[in-house]
Design a protein around this ligand. Structure first.
Ligand code: GUN
Length: 280
C-alpha cells in the first residue's frame, strides 16, 4: 500500500478543487515549539505540501524555552484570526507544557488535526467534524487498496488519542463495520490476538513487534509505529518476516506518514468550507 502515490493523487485533486473554486486564500497555520529534529522535518513537509496544493502556509516557531503563556498566546491569536483556516500545533510539546490547555484554545472548525476534545467528541457521537489525520489516512489506504473491512476482525495496537483510539472508532463505525480489538502494552497474549485478525495496525511505537509468525496469512498490515533507533526510524512491523505472509503491507517510510499529510490538507480544505471560504 503505497502512501506516497495516494498522497500525490489526493494533492493533485485538492489543487484542482482549489483552482476550480477561483484560488481562494486557504491558510494552514503551523506551530512548532522547540528544536526536536523529526518534528521539524514533519512540520517542514506539512508546510511544503500545503503550498504545493495551492494553500498558504503560515508558520510560528517558538523556542524550547517558550512558556505555557507564550504558546497559548500564539494559539489564541491564530484562533481569532479570520484569515487562518486551520491550526496545527505539532506534538509533543516540550516537557512540562500542558498540551490539553493549548488544544482547548483551537476552535473545532479550525482543528485540522482533529485532536481537541470537541472534535473527538463529535467522532464518538457520530457528528460531522474534523477527524485525526493519521487515522483518516489509514482508512483511505484501506479504501484505496480495496481491503475488505466490513465484518472483518481488526486489531489496533496502541491506544493513543493521536492514532489508536480514533482509528478503533473509525473502523468500528456503522457503514465500516469491522469488529475491532484495541490492544496495548498490557494485552495478554498479543500473538493470539493478532493471529485472529484480518487487519492489523501497529501504532504502539515498539520497533518490529509485529512479526510474520503472528500474522494471519493474507492479512492487511499497516505500520504507524515510529521508534527512533540508532539505525534510524523503525516501524512496529518487522517487514522482512511479515511481507511474505501479508496480503497487503505499508512500507515504512512511505506508507502512513505521507497519508497523514494528505489528510491534514484535506481537513484544511474542509475547514475552509466550514468557514465559508469555499463552497461546500
Ligand atoms: N506528532 C506526531 N504526529 C502528529 C500529528 O499528526 N499531529 C500533531 N499535531 N503532532 C503530531
Amino acid at each position: 500500500m503505497d502512501g506516497k502515490v495516494l498522497r500525490d493523487e489526493i494533492l493533485v485533486e485538492l489543487k484542482a478543487k482549489i483552482e476550480a473554486a477561483g484560488s481562494p486564500a486557504i491558510t494552514l497555520a503551523t506551530v512548532l515549539v522547540g528544536d526536536d529534529g523529526p518534528s521539524q522535518r514533519y512540520v517542514r513537509s506539512k508546510r511544503q505540501k500545503a503550498e504545493e496544493a495551492g494553500m498558504i502556509s503560515r508558520h510560528t516557531d517558538l523556542p524550547a524555552t517558550a512558556t505555557q503563556a507564550e504558546i497559548e498566546s500564539v494559539v489564541t491569536a491564530l484562533a481569532a484570526d479570520p484569515t487562518v483556516n486551520g491550526i496545527l500545533v505539532q506534538l509533543p510539546l516540550p516537557d512540562g507544557r500542558d498540551e490539553e490547555a493549548v488544544l482547548d484554545l483551537i476552535p473545532p472548525e479550525k482543528d485540522v488535526d482533529g485532536l481537541t476534545e470537541r472534535s473527538m467528541g463529535r467522532l464518538v457521537r457520530g457528528r460531522p467534524g474534523l477527524v485525526g489525520c493519521t487515522p483518516t489516512g489509514v482508512m483511505r489506504l484501506l479504501e484505496r487498496y480495496d481491503v475488505p473491512v466490513s465484518g472483518q476482525r481488526a486489531v489496533v495496537i496502541g491506544r493513543s488519542t493521536l492514532v489508536g483510539l480514533p482509528l478503533a472508532l473509525l473502523l468500528a463505525r456503522k457503514g465500516v463495520d469491522a469488529t475491532v480489538t484495541l490492544a496495548h502494552s498490557r494485552t495478554a497474549d498479543m500473538a493470539a490476538v493478532v493471529r485472529e485478525c484480518d487487519i492489523v495496525v501497529g501504532a504502539a511505537g515498539q520497533a518490529g513487534m509485529i512479526t510474520g509468525d503472528i500474522v494471519k496469512p493474507g492479512a492487511a498490515v499497516i505500520d504507524v509505529g515510529i521508534s527512533r533507533t540508532d539505525a534510524g526510524i523503525v516501524g512496529d512491523v518487522d517487514r522482512d518476516s511479515v511481507a511474505p505472509v501479508a496480503g497487503w503491507i505499508t512500507p515504512m517510510p512511505g506508507g502512513t506518514g505521507p497519508m497523514t499529510i494528505a489528510s491534514l490538507l484535506d481537513n484544511t480544505y474542509t475547514a475552509a468550507q466550514l468557514q465559508g471560504v469555499v463552497a461546500s
